[in-house]
Each structure stands twice: as C-alpha cells, then as structure tokens.
Design a protein around this ligand. Structure first.
Ligand SMILES: Nc1ncnc2c1ncn2[C@@H]1O[C@H](COP(=O)(O)OP(=O)(O)OP(=O)(O)O)[C@@H](O)[C@H]1O
Ligand SMILES: [Mg+2]
Length: 486
C-alpha cells in the first residue's frame, strides 16, 4: 500500500517525502480514507506508529479544498505536545500556507487572543487555556469548525478535564467530524463513542502485546533505600555501553524530578529537567536543549510521557513504577518509535512487585532482569546519599512548590470551599485507596501461595508442606539472595 491508494493529493504525498515519509503506516492506511470520506474516526495504534499524520494529512487535504479559519481544533493534554503537533501541521501544510495557532497556559493570554481573532486555519490547544479564552472573550468563534481532534483522547476524557471540555464542547457545532486517537483506549471506548456524534469508524491495531515489539523491557529489583544508587549505577552502565545514548528518566512527582535532576548534575551527568512547576519558557527551553542533543538526559514527570516524538531517545529509565499500567505504556513509548529499537529499564522495589505484575498483564510482555553489579552500587552508596540530601536541603531553602500550594488554597477559597476540609477529604480518599490496594495485594499473595502449595503437592506428594514458609514474591533466586542479604 502506498499513499496514492489512501486518496491523498500528490502535493501532500510529496510533502511527506520531504519529511522522509514514503510509505503509510497501518493506522494511516486504515484511517485516512475514512476521514477523507467525511466519517468520524477512532484510531488506536501503538506509540510511535504515526497517528499524528493519520489525522493531520486528511485535515490538510480538506482544508486545501475549502480553506477558511477556524477549520480544525486539535486538543491535547500537554503543552509540549501541542507545540509538537503544530510543528507537524506547519511542515506538512507549508505548500498551502497553513496558519496554525497554539493556545496553552503559561504564555501571554492577550497575544493568544489576538492570534485567535485573525482566524488561523488550525488551532492546537490544551483544554484549560482554550476554556479560559472561550469564557473571557468573544473575538473568535469555534462554531464553524469542520474537525475536532482529541489526540491522547483517553487522557483528555479522564476526570481532570471534565469541566473544561464541557465549556469547549458547548462552543462547537453539532455538525462536525470528530477524530479520536491514542495508543491506549480500550477502556474508554464507550465514552469515546459518545464524543464522536455520528457512528464513528473504529480502527485498532491488531497485536499480541501492547508495547512495541522493537522495545527491550527490563527491570532492576532493589530495596527502596538504595534506589538512587542503583539508578546512577544503571545510568553509568548504560551510557558506557551506549555512549551516544539519549535517556529520559521518569519520576513520580515534580519534587522528585527536581531532586533526581539535581542529583544527576551533582554526580556528573549533565541533564535538563521538565515538570509542571517550571515556567513555560523554561520548559520549552529544556526540551529544545534535549531535542537538539545538546544534553543527553531529560528528567521528567509524566508531563513528558504522552505523544512526545524525539527520535534520538533510546533509553527510558523509570525511577518509579507508574500506578496505572497505561502510563507505563506511554512512558516507554517515548523510545522505539517508527520502527527503531529502544530500551526501557524500570527500578522496582519491594513495594512495586504487584504494579509490575499488573503492567505485565496489560502489556502481555515480560520484563527481563537487567544485569547490575551490587558491589559497584555499594561503592557509590554514600556519595549518592550525601548528594541527594544536599539536593533536598537546597530545594527546601527555595520553598519548592510553595507557590503552587498557595494558589491551590486560593482557588479552593474562591470556589467557596474550606481548604482544611478538602485536605481531610483527600487524605481519607488516599487512605481508602491504600486499604483497597493493600487488600488486593494480600489477596493476590494468598492466591499465589495457594497455587505454589498446590503445585508443590502435585510435584512431590511425599515431601509436601515441608517448605511452606518461603517468600511469596516471585523473583529470581539471585535477587532473593541479594535482597535478603541486604
Ligand atoms: N508513514 C510513515 N513512515 C515513516 N515514519 C513516519 C510515518 N508517519 C509518521 N512517521 C514518523 O513517526 C514518528 C512517530 O509519529 P507520531 O508522533 O505521529 O506517533 P504516534 O502514533 O502519535 O505516537 P504516540 O502514541 O507516542 O503519540 C514521527 O517522527 C513521524 O514523523
Ligand atoms: Mg501522538
């Protein structure tokens, strides 16, 4: 199959060629003809499989046939992704002089308002800022848009964006084409069908595993108190074996991301940091430095886990295991894109074993153990611990995150809520979740134990029951010895 069979005009296929794209990917072959045929479309294909071009190309073709503004609205969950999509539209649509406007938080609202009022062809936005514009000014209208795209649709339809999406949907025409794309949508399919008003064409990539075949997936098991030392050791090992490698380290929170970034810097690994507590200009500058290969390590929160396309990235290092398996799929999808290879290494502590099992169950792919040298880790243990403590002290001195907390409390008061009561509710919710998680974990452990006992009984009826006090957690023998020694 080539692009000619998809119904795309020659100027677009020529433009693809200038970007090094000569043959369509599966999702492009399957979705583009239906989008050109005026149908709503839900497309689900693995990370790095070319979903952006699958919606951008037919939109640009339709725009060239009937150019006006605002023709299409593309929503994405993160600001960096909005920029990336805008770049792709600009490059692909250059021959027709496409005008693209990015609307997102953290940048000047007046300037964006002006940009919207001159009717750009394509608006790419994060939901929050667009909802703000719709509520605060009437210098632009979305009533005539032909296309609405939700990229990373499952993420956008999670609770966090509910109110903002409602404001946006109210401003859109009923008659429109709705296109929804993501690598992980099976759980939200009903919700997605509701967003697409007409009966949508649905296409899902057929595959045994949810991650990319070219991706090598590893874990390193260690106790929580030596995790940072193991992280530095793994970084060291990998960069020695692959001197040209580019790495994204994912961490759980903004604060951890900042600390890990400072730790890497302190220990001689040049890196940039990306999280939502940074100013937008700093965020974009950090990403630009990483993308242009000036710096080989990016330490980020999940703000970088969706959609970002940086071909040079060949290692994803998970400092924490994401609590939702689909977040793991998106994180590791930042490497091994468009047919290239890549590696993901996840640092696993005694508290994460169940999460790893959950991920393996959803992805249907097993992680292998990444070989490390415990003796080498022990040598750097003190140095890493001291560097981490120093980073924490420096952050405390800067009152890291305090402004965010002040803003949160202000917002709650403006909404007529009592911050203390809200905090209490939140703590109770966390406790409930923790209890539920713990109960599930204990149940799984008991199940596993029963299964092991049964297997043992079947295998050695005469000695059954003699060794029933072994640990329930399934790890390799070597690792069991390692952790028990510690
Ligand atoms: N037909 C094609 N042939 C080769 N490369 C392609 C093709 N289409 C797109 N690409 C390239 O593949 C890379 C990944 O594309 P894209 O970012 O659209 O993936 P995606 O499916 O949206 O991934 P994610 O789920 O992570 O957002 C990009 O660099 C893009 O230029
Ligand atoms: Mg994408």
């Amino acid at each position: 199959m080539d692009f000619a069979n998809t119904g795309l005009h020659e100027w677009l296929t020529d433009q693809c060629k200038t970007m090094g794209i000569s043959k369509p990917t599966e999702i492009q072959v399957n979705c583009i003809p239906h989008i050109l045929n005026d149908e709503d479309c839900i497309g689900c294909a693995k990370t790095g499989s070319g979903k952006t071009a699958a919606f951008a190309l037919p939109i640009l073709q339709k725009l060239s046939e009937d150019p006006y503004g605002i023709f299409a609205l593309v929503l994405t969950p993160t600001r960096e992704l909005a920029f990336q999509i805008s770049e792709q539209f600009s490059v692909l649509g250059k021959p027709i002089g496409v005008r693209v406007e990015v609307i997102m938080g953290g940048l000047d609202m007046m300037e964006q308002g002006l940009g919207l009022s001159v009717k750009p062809h394509i608006v790419i936005s994060t939901p929050g800022r667009l909802a703000d514009h719709l509520q605060s000014c009437d210098t632009f209208s979305l009533k005539k848009i032909k296309f609405l795209v939700l990229d990373e649709a499952d993420r956008l339809l999670e609770d966090d964006y509910g109110e903002q999406l409602e404001t946006i949907f109210q401003a859109l025409p009923k008659k429109r084409q709705t296109l929804l794309f993501s690598a992980t949508m099976t759980q939200t399919i009903k919700q997605l069908q509701d967003v697409a008003l007409n009966k949508p064409f649905f296409w899902q990539q057929n595959s045994q595993i949810a991650t990319v075949e070219e991706l090598k997936q590893y874990y390193v098991l260690m106790s929580a108190d030596v995790k940072d030392a193991y992280m530095m050791h793994v970084l060291d090992l990998y960069s020695e074996a692959h001197p040209k490698s580019s790495t994204i380290i994912f961490a759980a929170t903004c604060k951890y991301t900042q600390i890990i970034g400072m730790l890497c810097q302190e220990l001689g690994f040049d890196c940039v940091i990306l999280h939502s507590l940074m100013k937008q200009k700093e965020r974009l500058a950090a990403l630009a430095k990483f993308k242009s290969n000036q710096v080989k390590i990016l330490v980020a929160t999940d703000v970088a886990s969706r959609g970002l396309d940086i071909p040079t990235v060949d290692l994803i290092l998970n400092h924490n295991i994401p609590s939702k398996p689909k977040n793991y799929i998106h994180r590791v999808g930042r490497t091994a894109r468009a047919g290239r290879g890549g590696t993901a290494i996840s640092l696993v502590t005694q508290f994460d074993i169940q999460l790893v099992h959950d991920i393996e169950a959803i992805t249907n792919a097993k992680m292998a153990e990444y070989p490390t040298h415990e003796k080498e880790v022990m040598k750097i243990l003190t140095e890493v611990a001291v560097a981490r403590r120093e980073a924490e002290i420096r952050l405390d001195e800067k009152d890291f995150g305090q402004q965010k907390e002040i803003n949160r409390r202000k917002r709650l008061i403006q909404e007529g809520k009592d911050p203390e009561v809200e905090d209490l509710k939140k703590r109770q919710l966390i406790k409930q979740k923790f209890r539920k998680h713990r109960a599930k974990m204990l149940e799984n452990q008991a199940k596993l134990k029963r299964k092991q006992m049964k297997q043992k009984d079947n295998a050695q009826p005469s000695t059954s029951g003699s060794q029933s006090n072994k640990p329930e957690v399934k790890t390799s023998d070597k690792k069991k010895k390692k952790s028990s020694a510690k």
